[in-house]
Design a protein around this ligand. Structure first.
Ligand code: FAQ
Length: 311
């Protein structure tokens, strides 16, 4: 009977039908989705921290409003994705526990420090730029709640990317010091942004199965190439230099060739040894523990209300 269900499931995937939470699905499909969607949700939540660092120091009211809105959007994306993940039968508390105990991963990119205002430009331009390229194909992923969540998330990410690029345009056209600051941010964020799209296809353990299930619609290397091809002309346009001496247009492939990525650094960061891993986890766990009294008070209040209703 399971064989039959599996066959029907495969046929639905082949027909590009969406799989919904109450539909039958192989256990591995469920687990893989919980893994990827929760990693994605955690990334949005931890991803608020590097930018949160600059909200109080934004250079103008207009910049502050935009940054505040962006960080709030990220909270929204995280909560939205946690809810989508919960439809697969895992609780929010379990998901948090996995993040706080270090069992679940979040994106490597958020383990780098934000040292100048230009980093807000570089994150919007490069990190959100890479996130959009990764997430647009996810709008047609096979699991319904994930695909639908991605539509809204991608729209908001587009705004984030533009606000980041606009910061870079302004700085690149500003004083020599401002232009240097923009170039320095690009130098520091370029390679981690390429790593963000995941290990090479040869090293990626999940890609093959995830492509079969149409969870992933494009491979890590395909997305990375797309990101590079899209971003290099944007750097040229504002007179900034991509920090890769091997970057070169390849006429035959109609794409850019690029230099070797430091995969050692990537795996070090993924394993918890990046420049800011400890601080990020400390901030998350601290926020969870610091909020305990609010959760307790909310529960006590709800119980009291319930008791009153029952009387
Ligand atoms: N960081 O076999 P693969 C955002 C892990 S949202 C850490 O290739 P897969 C918004 C991977 O989990 C950014 N770990 O894995 C924003 C696996 O380990 P596991 C997050 C990574 O899943 C912007 C192992 O390596 N976006 O930025 C990373 O097929 C600005 C082998 O890798 C998403 O999560 C990494 N970079 O492909 C917020 C999108 N890459 O789980 C604030 C959805 C790989 O077996 C500011 N996720 N690993 O222990 C995906 O598309 C995929 O999960 C990939 C990885 C492409 C990330």
């Amino acid at each position: 009977q399971v064989k039959n269900l599996e066959k029907q499931f495969e046929e639905r995937i082949a027909r590009d039908e969406k799989i919904e939470p109450k539909d039958w699905m192989p256990e591995k499909y469920r687990q893989t989705h919980i893994r990827q969607m929760s990693q994605h949700a955690h990334s949005e939540i931890v991803g608020m921290l590097p930018e949160g660092n600059w909200i109080t120091r934004a250079p103008s009211l207009r910049r502050k409003v935009a940054l505040l809105a962006k960080v709030q959007d990220e909270a929204g994306h995280g909560l939205y994705l946690y809810s989508a993940c919960e439809t697969l039968g895992i609780s929010r508390d379990e998901l948090y526990e996995q993040l706080h105990s270090g069992k679940a991963k979040y994106s490597s990119i958020f383990n780098y420090p934000t040292v100048t205002w230009a980093d807000m430009g570089a994150i919007g331009w490069l990190v959100d730029g890479a996130a959009i390229i990764n997430q647009v194909p996810l709008c047609s992923t096979s699991f319904g709640p994930y695909a639908r969540a991605m539509v809204r998330v991608c729209k908001e990410e587009s705004f984030h990317q533009r606000q980041g690029y606009e910061i870079m345009i302004k700085l690149a056209n500003g004083t020599p010091e401002q232009k240097d600051m923009a170039q320095d941010a690009l130098n520091r964020w370029w390679w981690p942004s390429l790593m963000m799209l995941g290990p090479t296809d040869a090293e990626s353990i999940h890609t093959e199965q995830s492509m079969k299930w149409k969870l992933k619609r494009k491979s890590n290397d395909e997305l990375r190439q797309q990101f590079i091809d899209q971003t290099v002309p944007q750097a040229d346009l504002i007179g900034l230099t991509i920090p890769d001496p091997d970057l070169k247009w390849n006429e035959e492939r109609q794409s850019y060739d690029f230099g070797e990525i430091n995969w050692d650094e990537f795996w070090q960061v993924v394993k918890g040894h990046g420049p800011m891993n400890k601080e990020r986890m400390k901030a998350r766990v601290g926020a969870w523990e610091g909020g305990e009294w609010v959760r307790d008070a909310a529960m006590a209040h709800a119980e009291k209300q319930q008791e009153r209703k029952e009387k």
